[in-house]
Ligand binder design. Structure first.
Ligand SMILES: [Zn+2]
Length: 71
C-alpha cells in the first residue's frame, strides 16, 4: 500500500508553465504542419504532410521558446 502512495504524482506540487510574455498559465494546442517532399521519402509518389501539435498562449498567442521545435 505504501509503495503505491509514493508513485502518485501530486500535480498541485508540480511547476506550472507560464507564458514568457504575459505570464498566463493557459495554453491552446495548435497544429504546425511540415511538408516532406516526396524526394525525401523512399517510394513515395506524393509530398507528405506531417502535423506537429504545439502550444501557444491562449491570452496573447505567444509560443514559448522550446515549444516549437523548428524555431
Ligand atoms: Zn501570453
Amino acid at each position: 500500500m505504501e509503495e503505491e502512495e509514493e508513485k502518485k504524482i501530486n500535480l498541485k506540487e508540480c511547476e506550472s508553465i507560464n507564458c514568457e510574455k504575459c505570464n498566463s498559465i493557459y495554453f491552446k494546442e495548435v497544429i504546425y504542419i511540415k511538408t516532406v517532399p516526396k524526394e525525401m521519402i523512399k517510394g513515395a509518389t506524393e509530398d507528405q504532410t506531417v502535423p506537429f501539435p504545439i502550444y501557444k498562449c491562449d491570452e496573447c498567442g505567444h509560443i514559448n521558446e522550446g515549444f516549437n521545435p523548428f524555431e
